[in-house]
Write a protein of this length. Structure first.
Length: 279
């Protein structure tokens, strides 16, 4: 009955000038319909847990419409049998939508290739050639402090930078900032309008030079070596991680809504900006 209803819907879409694509997904049946032919793969058991996606492009009107009913499983090509999905998800249940768990794990793995460290600003001053920039001398646990330039003049008073702990992204390629080579980036949270910016702060007890990671306290023992600056640039690792890096309702820094940003002393946070972007 459901198949007949979908076929009728598809016929109407074709008549209207569209190029329909229907997906019927359940734990016992998968159907792919793309104009013709119709391919059905099913078991001899009753169909249950039917979920439907109708998607078509209306060429006559030069726009794309997408209607989704419930949640569809990720489909890589044509028609699939959900028996494979059952075995991957432990059997009997529906496969996770869009492989969300796998994607989140990949984001976490990429995040832990970043060399994020606890830093301490030894001294900060105004850049002589750029009104919007501060120059900071930052201890990140190396033989010599790093010089880092930050565009924070509009947001943070200079005296609030002196002798404070910060979070430093340390494996970016050095950049020349108006005649000063900047070797790293201070990480900060900002609201949607970018009118309010706050530096992330490590929890009390964090030690300059300590590496920061994403995940549980136990994940510290399994951290990979950080990627080289060349790898960070070539593979665009920071660009792939940054959109998923935010503060939660409690102003704590979190990756992908699940993996907290940690030192051995606790979770990194913003002072007051919740649900904010981090960069």
């Amino acid at each position: 009955m459901a198949t007949a209803t979908m076929a009728a819907t598809a016929a109407k879409l074709i008549k209207g000038g569209g190029s329909p694509q229907l997906l019927l997904s359940s734990s016992k049946l998968a159907l792919s319909f793309s104009c013709c032919p119709l391919i059905i793969l099913k078991k001899k058991k009753p169909v249950n847990n039917i979920r439907l996606l109708i998607s078509f492009s209306a060429a006559r009107h030069n726009y794309h419409l997408h209607h989704s009913f419930c949640t569809t499983a990720n489909v890589n090509a044509g028609a699939i049998s959900t028996s494979d999905s059952e075995s991957q998800s432990g059997g009997g249940g529906d496969a996770p939508s869009d492989d969300a768990g796998t994607s989140l794990s990949k984001i976490k793995d990429a995040g832990n290739l970043l060399d994020i460290r606890v830093g301490r600003v030894i001294k900060a001053w105004r850049h002589e050639e750029a009104d919007s920039l501060y120059v900071e001398q930052v201890d990140v646990g190396e033989a010599e402090p790093r010089i880092i330039c930050s565009g924070l003049v509009k947001y943070i008073p200079l005296d609030h930078l002196q002798q404070r702990n910060v979070v430093v992204l340390a494996n970016l390629k050095p950049r020349n900032m108006r005649g000063v080579k900047s070797n790293g980036m201070l990480m900060a949270a900002s609201d949607a309008s970018h009118e309010h910016v706050e530096l992330l702060h490590p929890p009390d007890g964090s030690i300059p030079g300590e590496r920061i990671w994403f995940g549980s306290p136990d994940d510290q023992t399994n951290l990979p070596d950080p990627a080289s600056p060349n790898q960070i640039q070539k593979k665009k690792i920071w660009e792939s991680v940054q959109p998923h890096l935010k503060t939660d309702d409690s102003c704590m820094a979190i990756l992908g809504g699940e993996h907290f940003m940690r030192t051995s002393a606790g979770v990194v946070a913003s002072k007051s900006l919740n649900n904010a972007n981090i960069s």
